[in-house]
Design a protein around this ligand. Structure first.
Ligand SMILES: Nc1ncnc2c1ncn2[C@@H]1O[C@H](COP(=O)(O)OP(=O)(O)O)[C@@H](O)[C@H]1O
Ligand SMILES: CC(C)(COP(=O)(O)O)[C@@H](O)C(=O)NCCC(=O)O
Length: 363
């Protein structure tokens, strides 16, 4: 499958893009047109030889180019699948699933297949017979950007591909310290910040999965109770794919007091996705979701947020905005967004949640 922008036309002939998009020419020839010189987070040009060159580690596809990939893939969804996908989110459009998530799942299946080939070649060379371990995908991004929707759609879609029938999902909220511990540490209002997680336990869990351990358990968090539920666990039994979804999954390793660094969670990822959008849109989605939950989850007297169901609309909106501005907004700016360029793929969403472009790290 070739990845290129539609306005480039097919890669026949000399492969030159139209003049208005033609990349600068260097001493070593033209720079490929499918580069991103617009991505603000793209790292500065890695090569010194041409001061005019604009290199990026990412290939960029706009929505049209990405959605066109769907035409090359047989539609694998039957009515049951559609119903299950509807259950993921009433606002999720099936058009979006077909045009965006179907090509993404196909791309991921290509990576899974090539990882298997790589393992086979390495085994041949080493004279070893190592067993296949789960292909681990990290899904990162802000609170309310759509990580869990993306992760769940991908789980459903990946199950359709022959190489990955068993796909499991773990969310990092299970590794938040219990409220009692957060209170003891004085960080109850830092939920979602890196220090609110038992990062060592999270790293151990993913490392065990990636090491091929037959059964690995993870703790479970309840949004209803706003706390860890000690009596419940998530069990991961050597799936074909494990999706690890959470705010901080792309955080680099911490620097120890002696200046050395340990492992980062992403060291165990075979692929990673950053779900991106403008901050003001994400804040809006956060507030909208909060308002919807008032009539859903918060109405349950068992819910930690039941108190909010008595607020007027205006008060509730103000409350959600306050939580965003004190906690989730600063966490996005200080901890989450800085990890964006570490992702293998960045998907950028517009105000209506539709994906407007995809950046894929070059291989
Ligand atoms: N692709 C999408 N289309 C429409 N609505 C979406 C989409 N992705 C997420 N949403 C909505 O945005 C809100 C946040 O999404 P969610 O997946 O819960 O975010 P996160 O897991 O990042 O907190 C939810 O109300 C969800 O229904
Ligand atoms: C549970 C979360 C920290 C998200 O955790 P994640 O699964 O991404 O690790 C977040 O959804 C949250 O509850 N933040 C606290 C502030 C708030 O109520 O939005």
């Amino acid at each position: 499958m070739s990845l290129h922008s539609p306005d480039e036309g097919p890669r026949a002939g000399d492969g030159q893009p139209p003049a208005e998009r033609r990349a600068p020419t260097t001493a070593t020839g033209p720079i490929p047109a499918v580069y991103s010189n617009t991505a603000p987070w793209a790292s500065s040009p890695p090569f010194e030889e041409s001061p005019n060159a604009s290199y990026s580690p990412f290939v960029e596809l706009d929505r049209q180019a990405w959605a066109r990939l769907a035409d090359t893939i047989e539609q694998p969804l039957n009515q049951d699948d559609v119903d299950r996908l509807r259950g993921i989110g009433e606002h999720l459009s099936l058009n979006e699933v077909e045009q965006i998530y179907l090509p993404l799942s196909r791309l991921l299946s290509i990576y899974v297949e090539s990882a298997a080939q790589l393992r086979a070649s390495a085994n041949d060379f080493l004279g070893e017979q190592t067993r296949r371990t789960p292909f681990v995908i990290g899904v990162a991004g802000s609170v309310a950007v759509g990580k869990s929707t993306t992760a769940r759609v991908l789980q459903e879609m990946l199950r359709r591909w022959p190489s990955t029938p068993r796909v499991e999902l773990v969310t990092t909220d299970g590794f938040l310290y219990p409220n009692a511990e957060l209170k003891r540490r004085g960080i109850m209002d830092r939920k979602g910040f890196p220090e609110a997680y038992d990062r060592r336990a999270l790293l151990r869990m993913v490392s065990e999965v990636k090491s091929g351990k037959p059964e690995v358990t993870a703790p479970k968090y309840s949004h209803l109770k706003y706390d860890i539920i000690p009596e419940e666990k998530v069990v991961v039994r050597r799936p074909d794919v494990l999706i690890v979804e959470g705010l901080n999954v792309l955080q680099p390793a911490r620097v120890r007091e002696d200046g050395t660094t340990g492992l980062a969670l992403s060291d165990f990822f075979d692929f990673s996705i950053y779900v991106d959008a403008k901050q003001r849109h994400i804040e809006q989605w956060y507030v909208d979701r909060f308002m919807r939950w008032r009539y859903g989850a918060f109405a349950d007297p068992e819910s930690y947020f039941h108190q909010y169901s008595y607020l007027t609309d205006e008060e509730a909106r103000a409350r959600a905005t306050d939580i965003w501005q004190r906690i989730n907004g600063p966490n996005l700016r200080e901890n989450i967004q800085p990890t964006r360029s570490r992702a293998r793929l960045v998907m950028s969403k517009s105000e209506d949640h539709s994906v407007s472009r995809v950046l894929l790290r070059k291989v």
